[in-house]
Design a protein around this ligand. Sequence first.
Ligand code: ATP
Length: 461
Amino acid sequence: MEKTIVCMIDVGEEGSPLFAAIQQKLGDEGVVFVRQPEGAGIAIVVWADKLAVETVMDYLQPLVLLDIKIVLLTVNKLLTDVVKWQLKQAGVHEVLEWNKGEEVLLHLTARLKRWAQVEALLSLDLVRNNLIGESYTWKRFLRKVIETAFFTSNSVLLIGESGTGKEMTARLIHELDQRKEKGNLVLMDCTTIVPELSGSEFYGHEKGAFTNAVYARDGAFAMADSGTLFLDELGELALPLQAGLLRVIQEGMYKRVGSNTWRKTNFRLVCATNRNVKEEIVQGNFREDLYFRVAASVFIIPPLRNRREDIPELVRTFLRQELNTIVAPEMDGAIMNFLVHRDYPGNIRELKQLVSQIVMRYAGQGFITMGDMPEEECPSPQQLQGFTASSHNGLHQSIRLAIASGKDLSRIKNEIAHLAMEIALEDCGGNLKLAARKLNVEVRTLQYIRKKNSSEVLNDP
Ligand SMILES: Nc1ncnc2c1ncn2[C@@H]1O[C@H](COP(=O)(O)OP(=O)(O)OP(=O)(O)O)[C@@H](O)[C@H]1O
């Protein structure tokens, strides 16, 4: 079972009896403690009785910036409803009153376990190798999707622009679905459904039900039974079909075209759209009652422009896929910089196509250079200016966050060095010699880092 790792922080006096009591209880439940919140991703913040809420909020801000999950534990008598909502708005995930009895401990340990499970799922090869991205925005989206897919059988509505990965996300939801004897994933694109054939497509038909119905045939509702039905471009579904779909979802029963026999079906519905469905409801193009059925969980899939920091890894992944190699060839920095800053109206699909065009020109050896770029892919003078201005923004931002969270210069230097080593190792497919050569360091330095990283979480008291 996943180990629950947390960082406990006391915002009151050091070593308060409350802090010690909570730590003792959680320790008994098998929770492991580390010193730095980034190492755990979860901080349990113990709020001493006398501290003002503003002081606590100031204290929490760096943790929020670092995307740390925060549980605030308190016996504070000032904890009014208003304060609880303020804390939630400020980014606190959980506010618990320790003096409310045993229930609180049970609730807290269950919550911690759930988070640990979601983190473990997030690091599965199934997720990491298919839905590439390590950015805050992307992982935040994935965590929500994973939690719904794994722990519920809710219907899901994925809203996002073209090429952002809606179909891939639907596939992941199906893979993570925990139903026993799970059925198939059935994909239907609502833009390609011909009205005259739609009945058969969804419900199936009996032999002789209409001209050309030479054989009886199952439709999507039957094929998705005990599995998942993915309806792509849901916004395009005609109103009569919306009514039919609603009935099947509500009753779990349908009839094949040309049959009087009711058949049962039970599937998880995942829908995707790039339209504003709520607006479509107002316009009378989409049924509100259907919306509430298909949208038990709604997730907005981020466009690529909101997670540009994922572009280098996406590029390397597509290069490896296209070239069928373990390690992607190095790329001229100017090209990668251009790829990171270019516009992608077609999102990841467009990036993938561009990489494919680069690979077509690549002669198969050495760096990817300017010669491999398609001629029409040339940045305008304005774009060039933008590149220079923003090329260090990501690093600036990270360092700002590190300073905000109280790290000193030597710690920041260390972390940047560690990160560079981790990235080099990752880029070289874990090959120590290659990574060491790239960074001009000894192999044993990388070996040390690797060992330290794997034992840090367990040993840090
Ligand atoms: N996170 C990701 N990691 C790797 N590849 C991805 C990711 N997201 C999408 N892709 C790739 O981008 C392409 C488009 O993905 P997908 O078909 O899932 O997008 P979509 O949002 O369903 O598109 P559309 O709106 O056009 O139906 C696919 O080739 C897919 O492999």
